[in-house]
Design a protein. Structure first.
Length: 260
């Protein structure tokens, strides 16, 4: 009996020894059944929610697009600063692994358009980026009989004024309208040796047309013949009741014929 127990003990010891020195094999881990596609608006907002990617099944890239003021969404990129693989909304992703996508943006282009508003020779339009402040052109339009004052955001001049060369940073395309101030000119009727009831100085807008009074000046020993743009009568002649275009102001001089 003792011998049998001794043999059993030796067998058990041998079995334990062999078992302990056997190599340990790694336990295989099951592959994950799902992965995730995540979106980063990359400076914008409203990135799509993450999506689940199932094993061996394609996932469609979200059709929802993020937004960013002053920029247009272009596509998704696997690299934050660009240069990675591009994915477009509605395209498919097949890999069995997580994916993070970053929005790629294109800056919008804005235009500043100038409207002469009754004048001519308006400056060419200017181009600016979404966050850019530009200096408005120093070129100005022209208008006969008027002086350019400034640019305005409304055609009636009741908006915001901007001067040539002033910084401009509105984040949209816009039209700037010229504001004008009439040029005032002065004129008078010179009796040129006679007397006239209307000898005061008059002010009108440059380019306006005035009507010459029908009343005439008087001078002892002389007969009034006409008004003239030159004192000696060498200019352009006008008769009472006629119209005279007042471009630059000045005087009209009475012309006389000596009575014999």
């Amino acid at each position: 009996m003792v011998k049998i127990r001794k043999k059993l003990f030796c067998l058990l010891l041998s079995f334990i020894t062999v078992f302990c020195f056997l190599p340990v094999l790694p336990i295989a881990q099951a592959a994950p059944a799902k992965w995730y596609v995540r979106y980063d608006a990359n400076g914008g907002t409203d990135a799509p929610k993450q999506q689940i990617k199932r094993k061996d099944a394609p996932v469609q890239i979200a059709s929802a697009r993020p937004v960013r003021e002053g920029y247009t969404f272009k596509c998704w990129d696997t690299e934050k600063n660009g240069g990675g693989t591009l994915y477009y909304p509605g395209s498919e992703y097949f890999e069995n692994q997580d994916l993070k996508l970053y929005a790629r943006w294109t800056p919008k282009t804005y235009f500043v358009v100038f409207y002469a508003n009754g004048g001519r020779k308006a400056p060419k339009r200017q181009v600016k980026g979404p966050n850019e402040r530009i200096a408005l052109t120093t070129d100005i339009p022209v208008r006969d009989g008027y002086t350019f004052v400034c640019w305005n955001t409304r055609i009636d001049g009741k908006g915001t004024d901007y001067l040539p060369g002033q910084p401009y940073g509105r984040r949209d395309s816009s039209i700037l309208y010229a504001r004008w101030k009439p040029i005032q000119v002065c004129y008078r009727f010179d009796p040129n040796g006679g007397t006239f009831s209307n000898t005061g100085e008059h002010t009108v807008k440059a380019g306006a047309t005035i009507r010459i009074p029908k009343a005439i000046p008087v001078r002892a020993g002389y007969t009034f013949t006409q008004w003239n743009t030159e004192r000696d009568g060498s200019g352009k002649a006008y008769l009472p009741g006629f119209y005279y275009p007042m471009e630059t102001g000045g005087s009209l001089y009475a012309q006389w014929k000596h009575n014999k």
